[in-house]
Ligand binder design. Structure first.
Ligand code: SF4
Length: 404
């Protein structure tokens, strides 16, 4: 721990302070205001001066606010700010919301467009990188600007012109590309759109016969759970099959409000999945990821990916070695429910696409058997069958069925 970190951690214990953070930070907010997502957005903290009035900042944070001011937006909803531990600079919520000096440092090899999306944008709102699915950029704003955002070239504002005409071009692109069976609505955060605007995007997309499913990538359940209303949940359900893919990174983010938002979606028939990002010193520990995923499952959110941090500009300080992620998976597989064990995914720099990595349990491959080690390190042999023809003759019949 640096001197700077130490100086801040020496103040009051976190527990009681955290319980009263809303009252301390926004004493005049009524319950109706607090639970109104538009009030939350109007009162989001958007500059360093205001943030400094609300909490004491470390030297690294003060420098970060100053040096990243022209690099990436600052924006923290009052709700998310109330989860910040004012007494510890390595609070996982704080690390995701408040910039530090390191964020302004761009290292050799870091990329502005780490996933190679820009060359694959046939129209402003569409990234078409994989054969059967597209990313649909619906807007460039968010309820909280995550300090680990790797799409900040878009969410910093001003680069992607996502107006009504461009969104219509995006819908037209999907309509004229019959290979697209899966549309991932993202941005920015699409659930910041009003119900009416969302409907205007989802209705024409859903009417396209070859679009089999829609996904919405959003941090709303994490950062602005009051946006999830009964009417929003019902709207999303009307466009089923539609999956909400959210982004909890630490169990601290799973509050009663977040739980209510996720359960409201699930109760209304909208499946919710979680994709976490592995971040050094924030959640880079098997105990944290295990607790996070257990808490997700308890609110019927399915843990899906654990993402290795992309090689994006200014994020070296949050990147973990690949081995750290593999070690986390190894400490989970077998020790807890398979549903709680995420896929560790690396999105290859430059647009190579996702690959998954996992511990190697194969000890030896022999012609007649494979020797594995199990999660306890014990050896087991799996015998190979004598017959090895894996073709499926009925498949020809199935594919030729009438109406297909
Ligand atoms: S919500 Fe998503 S797009 Fe927006 S800043 Fe966070 S990571 Fe980036």
């Amino acid at each position: 721990m640096s001197f700077d970190e130490q100086s801040v951690t020496s103040s009051a214990p976190a527990g009681p302070t955290l319980l009263s953070r809303r009252a301390v930070l926004f004493p005049d907010a009524t319950d109706d205001q607090w639970n109104d997502w538009r009030w939350q957005m109007r009162n989001a903290v958007r500059d360093g001066g205001r943030l400094a009035q609300l909490m004491s900042l470390t030297l690294a944070e003060r420098a970060g606010l100053e040096e990243t001011a022209t690099i990436f937006r600052l924006g923290i909803s009052p709700y998310y700010l109330s989860l910040v531990d004012p007494d510890h600079p390595l609070c996982p919520v704080r690390m995701q919301a408040v910039p530090v000096k390191d964020e302004a440092r761009i290292r050799k090899g870091e990329l502005k467009d780490p996933l190679g999306e820009d060359p694959k944008r046939p129209v402003e709102a569409i990234v078409h990188k994989y054969p059967d699915r597209v990313l649909f950029l619906a807007l460039d704003t968010c309820s909280v600007y995550c300090r680990h955002c790797t799409r900040r070239r878009i969410t910093k504002g001003g680069e992607a012109e996502l107006n009504k005409a461009e969104l219509e071009k995006g819908i037209e692109y999907v309509r004229t590309h019959p290979q697209v069976r899966d549309v991932l609505l993202s941005g920015g955060d699409p659930l910041l759109l009003s119900d009416e605007r969302l409907e205007q995007i989802l209705t024409p997309l859903r009417a396209i016969p070859h679009v089999e499913m829609i996904r919405i990538g959003t941090r709303i359940p994490v950062c602005l759970p009051m946006r999830v209303t009964e009417s929003l949940a019902k709207l999303l359900r009307r466009h089923a099959p539609l999956f909400v893919v959210t982004h909890f990174n630490h169990p601290k983010e799973i509050t009663p409000e977040a739980r209510r938002a996720c359960e409201l979606l699930v109760d209304n028939g909208v499946p919710v999945e979680n994709q976490a990002v592995l971040m050094r010193r924030l959640n880079s520990d098997a105990r944290i990821i295990t607790e996070l995923n257990h808490e997700c499952l308890k609110m019927r959110v399915r843990p899906y990916y654990l993402h290795q941090m992309d090689v994006a500009e200014g994020l070296e300080h949050l990147r973990t070695p690949i081995a750290a992620g593999v070690h986390i998976i190894e400490q989970m597989r077998g020790w807890t429910s398979g549903l709680a064990v995420p896929h560790l995914a690396v999105d290859l720099p430059g647009g190579g696409g996702k690959v998954t990595v996992q511990p190697d349990y194969v000890v030896e491959r022999r012609p007649t058997e494979t020797i594995f080690r199990n999660y306890r390190g014990e050896s087991y042999a799996y015998p190979e069958p004598e017959e090895t023809d894996c073709t499926c003759p009925y498949d020809e019949v199935w594919r030729a069925r009438p109406g297909r």
